[in-house]
Design a protein around this ligand. Sequence first.
Ligand code: ADP
Length: 304
Amino acid sequence: MDITGPHVKKYLKKFIVEPEKKLKLKDYDPGWAQNETLKQMSEDAAQDLLQQMLEKDRAQLNEAQALLAASGQYSILIVLQGMDTAGKDGTIRHVMSGVNPQGCAVHGFKVPSSEEHAHDFLWRYYHVLPERGMIGIFNRSYYEDVLVVRVHPERMEQLPEKLGPESGGFWKARYQDINAFERHLVQNGTIILKFFLHISKDEQKKRLLARLEDKDKYWKFSTADLAERQYWDKYVIAYEEMLAATSTEYAPWFIVPADYKWVARTVVAEAITSAISGLDLSYPKVSDEQVKILMDAKRQLEAE
Ligand code: ADP
């Protein structure tokens, strides 16, 4: 993706991680609001405005996806990562609500099966990549293999001792593998957009508590989420290193402020439509010869 072009909205650029530049997540405000005025509005007025934005995002995504499908040259891979409760599912629902379901596929990734662990770490992701014309959304991804596995090395697959995490430069090598993998995909026509939904620890607490305060949300609560929360600081370090090492010009990371769900959803939707509009796609051209055939067909049908 060309992340410097005029098609990328100015406000989005500040969320793009500069390649190789060390970063601290505390320098990114998870509560950043695109529209400060919204916070000062009455509840009703704010809801109206949000509804309008949602409709606008939907219409733009729909149009962008139709073009992507019609031209059939590129595919789009959207990677979503974030701490538990960061809002990955809701963001996907928002993005999906705008597009033709036939042009979009979502894949979630859980703890790898023994078959998956018997292969290299990229294997399970490879065969569910989006085909040309399609948008593929990864709800978690191969980045888990440098995040959860880094925080919990005991969850790693069995590697030859010489090649395992005890060997020097292991994580760096994994980042390089990921960069090479993404570069290969980009060179073959995949546009890759990666979103880290950045929430604060306080906001996570609120969201976890909300799941315990509403009977209809009980099912969403997992004690595993509470256990992972104890590792918050370790996750922060793993994320910081990973984001700096794997944000590239061809497959950038966006650090999306996610304490306000509407902000996160708008940023992700607008980054996607920006990327597709930057491709300068057009509907397939119809030659004079083809127009003649179509008009003949029309006459035939009308004469029936
Ligand atoms: P989600 O939280 O995405 O809605 P789950 O609650 O089922 O779905 O969580 C999926 C779990 O799978 C997470 O705890 C995640 O860390 C774990 N997971 C995903 N990919 C890997 C991986 N490559 N290695 C180890 N664990 C993984």
